[in-house]
Design a binder for this molecule. Structure first.
Ligand SMILES: NC(=O)c1ccc[n+]([C@@H]2O[C@H](COP(=O)([O-])OP(=O)(O)OC[C@H]3O[C@@H](n4cnc5c(N)ncnc54)[C@H](O)[C@@H]3O)[C@@H](O)[C@H]2O)c1
Ligand SMILES: O=C(O)C(=O)C[C@]1(C(=O)O)C=C[C@@H](O)C=C1
Length: 300
């Protein structure tokens, strides 16, 4: 792999994901100059200070001039309007990629707004992250040994896919490809449903306690007695509400399917309790424990 792979990288949305991409490529010595485009001046100053970017963009036309690669790393609900804004200023050879957690919506937005640029558009999703947001949480090691899924369009050129693959590999990621619908169906099960469950469990337990959110927990508040199991299950309820609003709406069909299927599992378990069915309960828990053991052994 050549050492410097890109002269000018533009990151639109320099938060956890965009900032980590920048820091990882810098660490690997693969990029010369990084320009950040942001919404909050404060976060962009932080990105400069952390060394994630070299320059805060003054305007899109000058940011995009001579750009080799543009990464869209804002919440997915913003992606369509950003594509429409950048489209007039993209140079023919500039590769555009993204990091959105959903892919069918991003692909549809590209068809609407980047129609003349599809051969250089490479949709991507790093399956790595945290419940933290903003560039302060960015980490050069975030993508190490993590999955990165590409969902190229039929128009995307093999050369553009190769270049984006090399960039993510330089960040330490394991790159694979699938189509956008398959991606969204899989991620609904392993990422979107778990986040919804964590948010709802947190609300369910805390709303039953009815205290002022600024006051310390009351002596009889159930949350005072929540242990590490509750903490592990709800870690991801600390995630960005804006980001998860956009993900849930973008992938509503696959997510709704998962919610219905999960609801059936809950109903079945509720019936086992009602009929005092200890064998069925133990069977459910055993098969879950086995499935988790197999997953951890095989995921490497
Ligand atoms: N957090 C994760 O675990 C994770 C993992 C994989 C992919 N993703 C995806 O990556 C993307 C970014 O997520 P994140 O965790 O880095 O979020 P983040 O909140 O840390 O960063 C997003 C940044 O985008 C900026 N922004 C928002 N709208 C903008 C606009 N219109 N123009 C310019 N900047 C704008 C925000 O100010 C923020 O700095 C999302 O699409 C998300 O679905 C997140
Ligand atoms: O580790 C976390 O906190 C995450 O939520 C990361 C996580 C996930 O695994 O669900 C969240 C959303 C992304 O699109 C990819 C990764």
């Amino acid at each position: 792999m050549p050492s410097v792979m890109i002269n000018k990288l533009v990151i639109i949305g320099v938060g956890l994901i965009g900032g980590s991409f920048a820091l990882a490529l810098r660490k690997a010595d693969k990029v010369k100059h990084i320009v950040g485009v942001g919404r909050s001046r404060e976060n962009m100053q932080r990105a400069l200070k952390r060394g994630a970017i070299d320059e805060i963009a003054d305007d899109l036309p000058s940011a995009l001039k001579h750009a080799d690669v543009v990464l869209l790393a804002t919440p997915v609900g913003q992606v369509g309007s950003i594509m429409a804004q950048i489209s007039p200023y993209l140079e023919p050879d500039t590769i555009v990629t993204d990091a959105g957690s959903t892919k069918q919506d991003v692909v549809a937005a590209a068809h609407s707004h980047l129609a003349g640029h599809l051969k250089n558009f490479v949709p991507a999703h790093p399956v790595a992250g945290a419940e933290l947001s903003g560039v302060s949480a960015a980490d050069a090691g975030l993508y190490q040994s993590k999955n990165l899924v590409l969902t190229p369009l039929k128009e995307t050129s093999a050369e553009a896919v190769k270049r984006v693959t090399e960039l993510w590999q330089a960040c330490g990621a394991r790159v694979s490809e699938m189509n956008a619908a398959q991606h969204d169906a899989i991620l609904a099960a392993v990422s979107h449903l778990p986040h919804v469950l964590a948010f709802l469990l947190m609300n369910h337990v805390s709303s039953s306690t009815e205290h002022d959110s600024n006051e310390p927990l009351r002596a009889d508040d159930p949350l005072r007695f929540a242990g590490s199991g509750f903490r592990d299950f709800t870690r991801i309820a600390g995630s960005s509400p804006e980001m998860w609003r956009d993900i849930c709406l973008a992938n509503r069909e696959a997510l709704s399917w998962q919610i219905d299927a999960y609801q059936k599992e809950l109903t079945a378990l509720r019936e086992m309790l009602a009929r005092d069915d200890s064998e069925a309960l133990e069977r459910v828990f055993t098969s879950a424990r086995e499935a988790r053991r197999r997953w951890l052994e095989n995921k490497s």
